[in-house]
Design a protein. Structure first.
Length: 279
């Protein structure tokens, strides 16, 4: 069975101030540094790069994390708050490193904010990325990036209550609704624990993501979910349905951050008690 012995996840960028480490900078966005140990082998991954490189690099330095150790960078989707730091981080890493993403992550994306459309996609040119030390690895399907570690691939939308709203994309010269096919997650099987699902924003829906994780990794339950769950502004019905599905999956740890929203976190805490720990 393909699995890792240990996983260690450090939040490098998040929207909320860390109450235990107030010296760390908080900014709207997300970046996780993930170390995976399997036998004598350690793999280091960076999931997203926050809105700008300075936040990632400063926080990494304060946390004594050497980003030059990163073996590959995985972009959960194309929004600027997850990709803005990419070029600066690559420059800092200073060696060739794969940048894994869905091809649509690089499209010109927009978000609706109070009736207006705002740019929301990657804040750099694709050509700049091609000229960088990043080895652009674009894939639609799920792939194993290390033993016991998978990139989700395009997430199948199966749950009836998880809809994607409020995003547009410029595709073949036309502004169309963006259902975020590029939204992906990372799946890790941990020895003695089980399946850990790590999301960026979970635009595809947390439950859709979990179902995909179970299929890709061949796991039945879920041990932990970590990341942005995109439930800020979600209806009470959707939050309740999400909780019900998490209970069915037998989840032991819920670690929300970024775009999860206070309302959802409060509800999670009520139902799951100490199993909830804000990331
Ligand atoms: Zn997003
Ligand atoms: Zn986000």
């Amino acid at each position: 069975m393909s699995q890792v012995d240990r996983i260690r996840l450090t939040v490098l960028v998040d929207d909320s101030k860390n109450p235990i480490r107030p010296e760390l900078t908080a900014k709207h966005g997300l970046s996780f540094f993930i170390e995976l140990k399997a036998g004598r082998h350690t793999t280091s991954l960076l999931l997203d790069t926050g809105p700008s490189a300075d936040v990632v690099l400063q926080n990494a330095r304060k946390l004594d994390i050497d980003l030059r150790k990163v073996d590959s960078i995985f972009l959960s989707h194309g929004h600027y708050d997850h990709t803005g730091g990419l070029l600066g981080v690559l420059k800092h890493i200073g060696k060739k490193v794969p940048v894994i993403a869905h091809p649509e992550a690089l499209e010109p994306k927009f978000a609706r904010r109070k009736k207006r459309l705002k740019k929301a996609g990657i804040p750099f040119q694709v050509s700049e990325l091609q000229r960088s030390s990043g080895i652009l690895t674009l894939k639609r399907g799920s792939t194993s990036v290390a033993p016991g570690v998978w990139v989700s691939g395009e997430i199948k939308r199966v749950s009836p209550f998880e809809e994607v709203k409020g995003f547009k994309v410029m595709r073949r010269g036309k502004l169309v609704e963006d259902y975020m096919p590029d939204d992906q997650a990372l799946f890790v099987r941990v020895k003695g624990r089980g399946l850990v699902v790590i999301t960026g924003c979970a635009h595809a829906g947390l439950i859709n993501t979990i179902k995909q994780a179970q299929k890709v990794t061949g796991s039945s339950g879920v041990y932990a979910v970590v990341g942005g769950f995109h439930l800020a502004g979600a209806s009470a019905g959707r939050i309740n349905a999400t909780i019900e599905e998490l209970q069915k999956a037998g989840v032991k740890a819920v670690m929300p951050c970024h775009c999860t929203g206070k309302k959802a976190i409060t509800k999670f805490s009520k139902v799951f008690g100490k199993k909830v720990q804000p990331a």
